[in-house]
Design a binder for this molecule. Structure first.
Ligand SMILES: [Zn+2]
Length: 333
């Protein structure tokens, strides 16, 4: 379990013990922050027949036992009192939500609760959100709905206001290392995660919390290489476009990498082979173009995203070309 989730586990455990758990819980956080991990822990706890307690300095975090009938059925995805609502296509439609609503109406077969987990809640259609709203307004007894989202702004405010919102903020930078060390101290061991992260330069990038996830961190490195390759050698245009269209982080990465390159330029830390291309003026102009592009893209619907991303890449290309022309003029004077 990621170290920054334990504060949420503590609160939820206490609410479980006091029977004060909210009927609807909205877990919000970037990819890699551990939303699903936390939600699955809670679903298992709610449905377990005999949860156990791990007590650490008076703090109690409850855990599912893992071997009662409910735990076994849940682990094999055949538990009748839990429903995982996953988008079949790109979005969750009204029928999906109606299915969840009628599921919650029925009394629990085995456990005390009926639970529904909605991953990627931001993909619900407007009609689906409205259908869910009814259930949130009049929850059936002992039903608990857990929604996960990486983009809370897309959800209807009326949905958000009826949920207990848990914002997952992964620890970054030095805080993360401290937390991992603390966890190791408790466990009496040194985790591989702590070693790899403390030696990782991205641990200092406080603006990009998702990079604490190893797979996303790897994708970031590949994206960075692709972007720099495009700037320096005009290669990989279609790859860059695919990133912008398909990776939810790519736009912010574009912005962040440009800022970091700008800083590296002044610290004289740019690789020799890229020094001629990546000068301060180019990076400055790129930054303006990217900020502007990001604004436009955020204001557009999905249907137009491809067009706007293509425009952004063309604008980046124009800035690079302009910079080359100027360099040639200066060289020939
Ligand atoms: Zn159990």
């Amino acid at each position: 379990m990621k170290s920054w989730l334990s504060s949420h586990q503590l609160i939820l455990s206490e609410q479980y013990n006091n029977a004060t758990l909210p009927h609807a819980i909205l877990i919000s956080g970037v990819s890699g922050s551990g939303k699903l991990e936390l939600a699955q822990w809670l679903v298992q706890l709610l449905n377990c027949k005999q949860p156990s307690q791990s007590v650490e300095s008076k703090e109690v975090i409850l855990q599912a036992c893992g071997h009662c009938k409910s735990c076994l059925l849940l682990n094999s995805n055949t538990f009748p009192d839990h429903l995982n609502l996953i988008a079949q296509k790109n979005s969750l439609g009204i029928d999906d939500v109606r299915h969840a609503n009628s599921f919650l109406q029925k009394t629990a077969y085995l456990g005390q609760f009926k639970t529904v987990l909605i991953e990627n809640a931001q993909t619900m259609t407007q009609a689906a959100m409205n259908a869910l709203l009814k259930t949130l307004e009049e929850p059936s007894d002992n039903s608990i709905i857990i929604l996960l989202t990486n983009d809370i702004e897309i959800l209807l405010p009326t949905i958000i206001s009826r949920c207990r919102v848990l914002n997952i903020r992964p620890a970054v930078g030095k805080d993360l290392i401290l937390q991992l060390k603390e966890q190791d101290r408790k466990n009496g061991e040194v985790s591989a995660e702590a070693h790899s992260l403390s030696s990782d330069p991205f641990v200092n990038l406080t603006q990009l919390p998702e990079l604490t996830d190893a797979a996303i961190n790897e994708a970031f490195k590949v994206f960075k290489e692709c972007y720099i390759g495009y700037l320096c050698y005009q290669q990989g245009e279609s790859q860059l476009l695919q990133y912008l269209l398909n990776n939810e982080h790519a736009l912010r990465w574009l912005e962040q990498i440009t800022v970091n390159l700008h800083r590296d330029y002044f610290l004289d830390k740019i690789d020799n082979e890229h020094k001629n291309t990546l000068n301060a003026e180019l990076l400055n102009n790129l930054y303006k173009v990217i900020i502007n592009g990001c604004k436009v893209i955020k204001s557009y619907t999905q249907a137009n995203k491809q067009f706007v991303c293509e425009q952004l890449i063309m604008a980046i290309s124009d800035v690079v070309e302009q910079s080359k022309v100027e360099a040639n003029c200066n060289a020939s004077v």
